[in-house]
Every structure is written in structure tokens, then in C-alpha cells.
Design a binder for this molecule. Structure first.
Ligand SMILES: [Zn+2]
Length: 289
């Protein structure tokens, strides 16, 4: 099978290519047509200010871009990513703080099915992707594989899409990924028995860490026959997630990937939740330099 390759000859991973079967393509077409029809006949409200307009009115779209214009290092806000000696175990780049329009847009995109926000949020994530070589030490000039943190099975069933992978996919489709960067959805959630399933949101810090331990695995196969193990051997990867809170989830994703021979250079998140005392004071290597 003909597998697309990056400049170095490594097979390029893709996320959710066009369905191979005609019936799947027809279903997908009808789904998209229904979605468009719905938004033609139903008035859309801006998710941030409530004005009758698009999912994000022009003023709020400008404000979102302003909020996302200066990505920063955010791991200091995440306890699970600091060692007992106060050292970083995983550097994390955040596009913005989890507040105002960015948080409203992420919530609407994740929990209220507002997939029309994928373009604006994808572009915001793109600002973070562009900042990676500047903010993550040792990544300048290297090929980076962006690996989304996968949705849980229940999240997927509820939404019908995987938010982080959809944003990366949107970025790739719009050809906004810098040269040498590729999207590789290599992680999957390990199935758990129903009585072992607990929602991260409802748990305290220590319990969150315990809850995500061994929760992910490497996918066995990708579309177009690419094998994750071959993609990961010797690759430089960056874990991508939506919101950073304690860091348990990105930490576990990094741990899972590190066990494959890949070098985990860090993580990228759309937004970092910081306590009031930490507001506006993340480690901004770009600003310090
Ligand atoms: Zn608005």
C-alpha cells in the first residue's frame, strides 16, 4: 500500500481520512448536509456573548485571536508535572489561559456540539503549534509528530467526534501545519469495566493521577496501513490536549508514548487553568529571552 511520507522518509500519519466505502461516504455527506441545513434554518448564537450571529460573532472572534496570540509555558500550574524537587517532568505550551472567550469556545465545542468552532479553535491551536520550536527546548528544526490525547469511549459516543483530533485534523486540512510537523492519532483509551470508570472532573488531584494510570495504549494500526510502532521508533512527539489542569492526563499520554522508543518533547494545550495567584505569570521562555 502506498503510504504518504514526510520529508525524512518517515510515513506520515493522517487522521480520519475520507471513508473508503461508498456507503460511509454517502452517510458522511448526508450528515454534513443535515448539519448545514440545521444552521441555515436555526438562528445561531455567539457562544461567548449570545448575540444572534455565527457561533462566534466577529467581535468575539477578534477577542479570541487576541487571547491566543501569545502562547506560554504552563507546566508550573500543573502539580502532576512537577517533581518533588520542583523540577518540570514535562514541558507544556499553552495557547492561552482557560478563561473568557477561550473557555466559552472550548466548552461549547466540547460539550454542546458546536463543531463550527473547529476552524477558529483550530487556528488558535495553530498559534501554539507555531510556537513549539521557540518554547520547547531542543525542538527547533526537528520534525515533530503531534499526538492528540484521545476521547474516552463515553465522550466519543456522546459527541460523535474527538475534539482534539478534530482540531488537529482541521489544521492539517487547511495546510496550516508548519513544515516537518504531522498529526498522528496514535493513542487510544484502554477499555475499562463500567464499575472502574470514573470521571476525571469529579476527582481530586491524587485521585485523578490514579484514575489515568494505564488508561491509554498505543493503537495497533492506522488508516492506510501505517503501523504506529514504526512511526514512533526514534520520532520526536508532542502530546496535544484541550485543557491543562493537574497535568495527569498529558503526563499519562507522555508516559505511554515514551515506552515506545519515541522522544516526548513536551505537550501543547489550547488552554491552561491556573489558580488566581498564578494568573498571567506562566513561564514564558519567549518573553524571558
Ligand atoms: Zn460574540
Amino acid at each position: 500500500m502506498d503510504v504518504p511520507r514526510t520529508a525524512s522518509g518517515r510515513p506520515a500519519a493522517r487522521h480520519r481520512d475520507k471513508p473508503r466505502h461508498w456507503w460511509a461516504r454517502t452517510l458522511s455527506w448526508w450528515g454534513a448536509a443535515w448539519h448545514d441545513f440545521h444552521y441555515l434554518v436555526m438562528p445561531a448564537e455567539c457562544v461567548a456573548c449570545g448575540r444572534d450571529d455565527a457561533a462566534l460573532c466577529p467581535d468575539c472572534a477578534v477577542a479570541l485571536r487576541r487571547q491566543a496570540r501569545d502562547p506560554f509555558r504552563a507546566e508550573e500550574a500543573a502539580d502532576a508535572l512537577m517533581s518533588v524537587f520542583g523540577q518540570t517532568t514535562l514541558p507544556v505550551v499553552a495557547v492561552g489561559d482557560y478563561r473568557d472567550i477561550l473557555s466559552a469556545a472550548i466548552l461549547a465545542f466540547k460539550n454542546h456540539g458546536r463543531t463550527e468552532l473547529a476552524t477558529e479553535l483550530g487556528r488558535a491551536l495553530g498559534r501554539g503549534v507555531e510556537a513549539l520550536p521557540r518554547l520547547l527546548p531542543g525542538t527547533g528544526g526537528r520534525e515533530l509528530m503531534l499526538v492528540p490525547v484521545p476521547s474516552t469511549g463515553s465522550g466519543w459516543r456522546r459527541r460523535g467526534y474527538d475534539p482534539v483530533a478534530l482540531l488537529l485534523h482541521t489544521l492539517a486540512r487547511e495546510r496550516r501545519l508548519p513544515p516537518g510537523m504531522s498529526v498522528a492519532p496514535l493513542l487510544a483509551i484502554r477499555p475499562r469495566l463500567p464499575w472502574h470508570r470514573r470521571k476525571q472532573k469529579a476527582l481530586g488531584r491524587a485521585a485523578r493521577r490514579a484514575n489515568v494510570r494505564n488508561s491509554m495504549r498505543i493503537r495497533r494500526r492506522l488508516h492506510r496501513g501505517a503501523r504506529p510502532a514504526a512511526l514512533l521508533a526514534g520520532a520526536d512527539v508532542v502530546v496535544v490536549d484541550d485543557v491543562l489542569t493537574t497535568g495527569s492526563t498529558v503526563g499519562e499520554a507522555a508516559r505511554t508514548l515514551a515506552g515506545t522508543g519515541a522522544t516526548v518533547c513536551g505537550a501543547l494545550v489550547l488552554a491552561a487553568a491556573r489558580s488566581p495567584g498564578q494568573g498571567g505569570g506562566g513561564t514564558t521562555l519567549g518573553r524571558r529571552a
